[in-house]
Design a protein around this ligand. Structure first.
Ligand code: SF4
Length: 344
């Protein structure tokens, strides 16, 4: 038996062609799966009983299992979800005024080894398939009844190390027959893979890009984010500039503030020089600590001092409010604490 959710719209069109059903049946099946999130073929009531029976003979409909839910006192909810192979991933729902953001994972664990990130300590286990990425959103909608306004690819894993599946997931999230979330409300965050940035710029769906920067010298960035050894800052910033020229879109640089490590006056000065001519937003993220972390969170006064140093020169500076850190759902804290992962 095959999980029908592994078939994208093109594959469903092939299926209905082979089965000699009308072409529009593919769209109907896709809508039942991704918009209406049905659990059985019997619920696909605009398909004939014969078609439903034929589908049920060959396919089943997968669903992520809810392993744990933790709610923080700021209302952020972290979901631990079990995949079919029993690996666990985490996704987060963040509610702020009119914005309901779901943060999805793209890999089980991560190979990039960023030192401020709990996921890195799991190592890399496997890539998620596109449907497993989209099903995280469905699981949260199912459980909470809340429809997201925004999707961020900022959970476990580096999206550009799983780019094909991430792009297929974006199609389903954005599609009129799928989750119908506007491209500008979808953000992909990368640790800095220039090739991935180029491919995202060429994607017809105009999603947003965030780059996790976190340091202003190659020596520090390579220590914090080993991917910088392969793709140093000049490569990364060149890719960022190309992205802006190709898309006409501004991007966001995320900067996790690690006390005494990258939040000194000299860091702010270098950041200004580095980003002054790049149309971008800078999102300062006070480090979200986790058990065994090597860094500490700067005092809020130090965070605002750093922002004030940047502000006159780089006006689009925001400080991200720490959300979900109490339940280890903040940025860089996702790590499936009660791991049951099957390493390959
Ligand atoms: S910060 Fe992102 S890219 Fe770096 S180790 Fe964590 S999950 Fe991977």
């Amino acid at each position: 038996m095959t999980d029908i959710k592994t078939l994208d719209l093109e594959q469903l069109l092939n299926l209905v062609y082979q089965m000699k059903w009308e072409k529009y049946r593919a769209i109907q099946i896709y809508q039942w799966l991704w918009q209406k999130n049905v659990e059985s073929f019997d619920q696909m009531t605009n398909l004939s009983k014969t078609i439903r029976a034929q589908l049920a003979e060959r396919f089943y409909i997968s669903r992520l299992k809810l392993a744990q839910i933790q709610t923080g006192n700021d209302g952020t909810i972290k979901f631990t979800l079990e995949l079919e192979d029993q690996n666990l991933i985490e996704s987060v729902l963040i509610i702020e005024q009119n914005r309901r953001t779901i943060c999805v994972s793209t890999q089980v664990g991560c190979a990039l080894g960023c030192r401020f990130c709990a996921t890195a300590r799991m190592g890399f286990i496997r890539n998620l398939r596109w449907h497993e990425i989209v099903e995280q959103i469905q699981a949260i909608i199912n459980y909470t009844g809340i429809s997201p306004t925004n999707i961020v690819f900022m959970g476990m894993g580096e999206p550009f190390m799983n780019i094909e599946e991430v792009f297929k997931a974006i199609v389903a999230i954005n599609s009129d027959y799928g989750l119908r979330i506007g491209a500008r409300r979808i953000t992909v965050s990368t640790a800095g893979i220039p090739e991935g940035i180029k491919k995202l710029a060429a994607l017809p769906i105009q999603v947003r890009l965030a780059i996790s920067l976190n340091a202003t010298t190659d020596s520090l960035r390579s220590k914090l984010m080993p991917i910088n050894i392969k793709y140093p800052l000049n490569h990364l910033l060149a890719a960022a500039r190309e992205y802006i020229i190709a898309t006409g879109r501004r991007l966001t640089f995320e900067y996790v503030l690690l006390d005494g490590v990258n939040n000194l006056t000299a860091d702010a000065e270098r950041l200004i020089r580095m980003l002054r001519n790049i149309p971008c937003k800078i999102n300062l993220i006070p480090f979200n600590s986790f058990p065994g972390a090597d860094f500490s969170t700067p005092h809020p006064d130090k965070v605002s001092k750093f922002a004030q140093l940047l502000y006159p020169h780089l006006p689009a500076v925001t400080i991200r409010k720490s959300r979900g850190s109490q339940v280890l759902a903040g940025c860089g804290q996702l790590a499936s604490r009660f791991q049951n992962c099957h390493r390959q």
